[in-house]
Design a protein around this ligand. Structure first.
Ligand SMILES: Nc1ncnc2c1ncn2[C@@H]1O[C@H](COP(=O)(O)OP(=O)(O)OP(=O)(O)O)[C@@H](O)[C@H]1O
Ligand SMILES: [Mg+2]
Length: 390
């Protein structure tokens, strides 16, 4: 189901002295079958958009197209029950979605409401509980005795029980531990790839955007400031910085590596000019280096000028696809060659960057252009080797 917003504005408490404009002239399309991420600062209007996706809110002006259904300020919202089955929303605060006495009854409520028998709905509820990785013993417990993360899983199970065409997720991994977050993201990605669900994900995690989304909408103060593929969105690191949005960690880390390399190059140039008798040797070493397999980063920098990706992102992408064999050879020579003082500084800086970059990441991201840990390690060895040689 394609979703399109055309010049949508929305004011909370419209027409009262407390009127608050949350969306202004918002136009975008969520393609059918896409994995769309909506990103933007707190208060930028993400959750307000989501509440327009199944008719919980209607626009103050403009048009919301949900498949064949058109919603405007004049729409009668009572006739939208069918839409709530097609578009399932997991809200930002899942507590608000739970109300039944037991977890099983809570999950079964939606299907029963749409005509399924009690028996069938309970069988389905058991399946969905398992799908969100909660043990079956929880079935007869109260949903209110659960932790925040567990409540979120129950809310997700309740929405999945409706077997929607579009799954809308408002920060679905908030409150989950890293492993739980990963399980949930894998579940959504599986539903997207294997069952063809359109996914609309609101997240502050750029890694998820880089790893899973194929379409991104960036909001700022109730307006769309960019829409495109993750490559298009992350290609302009300066723009992201201006908007106070972060890069995916692998891209950020790679930028840090390029900076470290630039600094090292500058240091080497200074040393060259200070010691003119050896400058010729140093120069030829650098030239050799730039022609060696270790100049992967330079090569990808050049190729990036033709691609829509920024330098760092383009090299990240090419790196994620290339074999790791180079690291083996450079590892071998690294162990034989002493690391220069500059190489040590570089190593320390890389260690720090790696710690920051890997904070909260205990598993490689495999999809799209996020680097795996092995590939990162490979890249570090290349930089260290260059540092040691020059
Ligand atoms: N019920 C409400 N009544 C009045 N104003 C509201 C209400 N809900 C949200 N707003 C306002 O609308 C704007 C957009 O809020 P929204 O919740 O959509 O932001 P968000 O992007 O989801 O933020 P977050 O990342 O913090 O969840 C904000 O200025 C917010 O204060
Ligand atoms: Mg929100």
């Amino acid at each position: 189901m394609e979703i399109a917003f055309k010049k949508v504005s929305f004011d909370y408490q419209a027409g009262t002295p407390f009127s608050n404009t949350a969306l202004k002239d918002v136009t975008f399309t969520i393609p059918s079958g896409s994995f769309t991420a909506i990103i933007g600062h707190t208060g930028s209007g993400k959750s307000t958009i989501l509440q327009h996706l199944n008719g919980l809110l209607k626009p103050t002006s403009g048009e919301v197209h949900l498949g064949d259904t058109l919603i405007t300020k004049d729409s009668d919202m009572k006739g939208l029950k069918g839409l709530r089955k097609k578009v399932g929303i997991v809200f930002q605060f899942p507590e608000s979605q739970l109300f039944d006495e037991t977890i099983g009854q809570d999950i079964a409520f939606g299907p029963k409401n749409f005509g399924m028998s009690q028996e069938e709905a309970l069988v389905l509820a058991h399946d969905k509980l398992k799908e969100v990785h909660l043990p079956d013993e929880y079935f007869d417990r109260s949903p209110f005795d659960l932790s925040g993360g567990q409540k979120r899983r129950v809310a997700i199970a309740g929405v999945l029980a409706l077997e929607p065409e579009v799954l809308v997720l408002d920060e679905p991994t908030a409150g989950l531990d890293p492993r739980g977050a990963k399980e949930m993201m894998q579940l959504f990605y599986r539903l997207h790839t294997e069952e063809g669900l359109t996914i609309v994900l609101v997240t502050h995690q750029m890694e998820y955007v880089a790893s899973f989304a194929d379409h991104v909408i960036v909001l700022e103060k109730g307006q769309v400031v960019k829409e495109g593929s993750p490559e298009e969105i992350f290609s302009d690191a300066n723009w992201l910085h201006e908007k106070q949005l972060s890069l995916p960690w692998a891209s950020a880390f790679h930028r840090e590596l390029l900076k470290a390399k630039d600094e090292l190059d500058k240091e080497t140039t200074l040393e060259d000019s200070d010691n003119s008798p050896v400058s010729q040797d140093a120069k030829s070493t650098r030239e050799e280096t730039s022609q060696s397999p270790l100049s992967q980063s330079d090569a990808s920098m050049e190729s990036s000028s033709k691609s829509p990706l920024s330098q760092s992102d383009a090299s990240v992408e090419s790196s994620s696809k290339r074999p790791l064999s180079q690291s083996d050879s450079s590892m071998g020579s690294l162990s034989k060659s002493p690391v220069s003082p500059s190489g040590c500084q570089l190593s320390q800086r890389l260690d720090k960057s790696l710690d920051q970059a890997l904070d909260g990441q205990n598993e490689p991201l495999s999809h799209s252009y996020a680097l795996t840990i092995d590939e990162l390690a490979d890249r570090i060895v290349l930089f260290l080797k260059e540092g040691a040689d020059s």
